[in-house]
Design a protein around this ligand. Sequence first.
Ligand code: NAD
Length: 464
Amino acid sequence: METNPELVAALVQRVFEELTAGQAARAQCDGLFPTVNDAVESGLVAHKKLIGMSLERRKDIIASIRKSVLDANEDLSRMAVEETHLGRYEDKVRENILCATKTPGVEDIEPRALSGDHGLMLMEYAPVGLIGALTPITNPTGTLINNSISMISAGNAIVFNPHPNASHTSTRMLQVIHKAIVDADGPQGLVSCVRNPTLETAKQVIEHPKINMLVATGGRPIVDIVLRSGKKAIGAGAGNPPVLVDETATIRKAAHCITSGASINNGIFCTCEKVVIVVQEVADSLVKFMQETGRVYLLTPEQAEGVTRLVVTPERHINGKYIGRDVQVILHDAGIDIGPEYRLAIFEAELDHPLVWLEQMMPILPVVRVNDVNEGIELAVEVEQGNRHTAIMHSTHIEHMTAFARAVQTTIFVKNGPSYAGIGLGGEGHTAFTIAGPTGEGLTSARTFTRQRRCTLCESFRII
Ligand code: NAD
């Protein structure tokens, strides 16, 4: 067979260019790569280096990440709001502080040991290797911080693919985390991302044969996609958290908690109260106390109709233009001008109102009256729609709270506090911005991103 010298030369040149491009990308690595494949190759090398390091050095890397993201917090919070137009600057700052300080580190993978008549069993949490993580537009900074700390604490490397419409903020946050790792003498490329993340690069991450685990934080469709990938997948999906208020609740306190919980970050946390269900007997008081916070605007039925026409499309979808916007912006477009002190608009809704059933992710909150707590529980379970995400209750009646918690089966159940207490903001417990309801891991932490390995030593090492 004859060889074509020109073709051979062109091929050699191309291979050389690809190799040098890859080397150049690695040489001045800031965590961003031209292709998914480059990010993957770099992640594999970094993972090997990480597991060759001591746990003490891994702890240093985590400490460096925590510090660096806190240093960059204000700039990145501002950038997130400017790029995505979602949420509130001061709440993004709180979100990042929460993720930097309350995401568990290496201590979360402490091994278990069991000794008995037959010897010793040691159970260790080993890394899964390379993780592909898809992150949402709603929390482009918090999810990256939270996932990085959890996944690296467990000894993994990560290829992120953030939401394309939050790509500037996400890639900037990734660079901050990457530099923090390298500054602590950690491996380059331990966290990585393509320079321009798109849905196509997300698909490449999902399908890449060298990525061992997928973690999707987003809506139901992307969770379904990763679950069908054939890989081990963790899905953290959408919610529609109902808050139920019964006649035994401390109503003024409930009003304050719901106001704060539903309006934080303009309602874009997946955990935020999205529907109020209140027992008729205390409904007027609840609405009155909410208004008395000075932060809640009560819409008249006509105004509520106008706002609904604006934020819900004729096909009964949420109008994306208004997701995460300030209440003043939304109401202004409906012809209602309110002062800057307001954080939330509420309205009395019938059962079939679309905002009762759709995850609105904006500071517009429907309030539905029910005759008694049992009717309330039944409705709240329906409204939650089997997302297994979050539910909240205000009550002092232990049986009522137990009945609701049992019926609703959510991953997070908050009693007598704002919804965000359930993610550790003013509540006990660690935080997670990947709340895996559909796949059952719950509030994820380092241990979630591991595989368990057992070592059995027969007949020895029981010392009592
Ligand atoms: P989204 O589902 O549109 O996007 C999430 C991620 O998946 C993004 O990176 C996006 O690029 C990717 N993606 C989406 N569709 C894809 C497709 N067809 N192919 C490849 N990749 C795809 O969600 P969002 O609008 O970014 O975030 C808001 C949603 O996320 C809400 O429903 C909210 O409840 C949910 N959320 C859940 C949690 C949780 O922990 N459970 C946390 C934050 C947000």
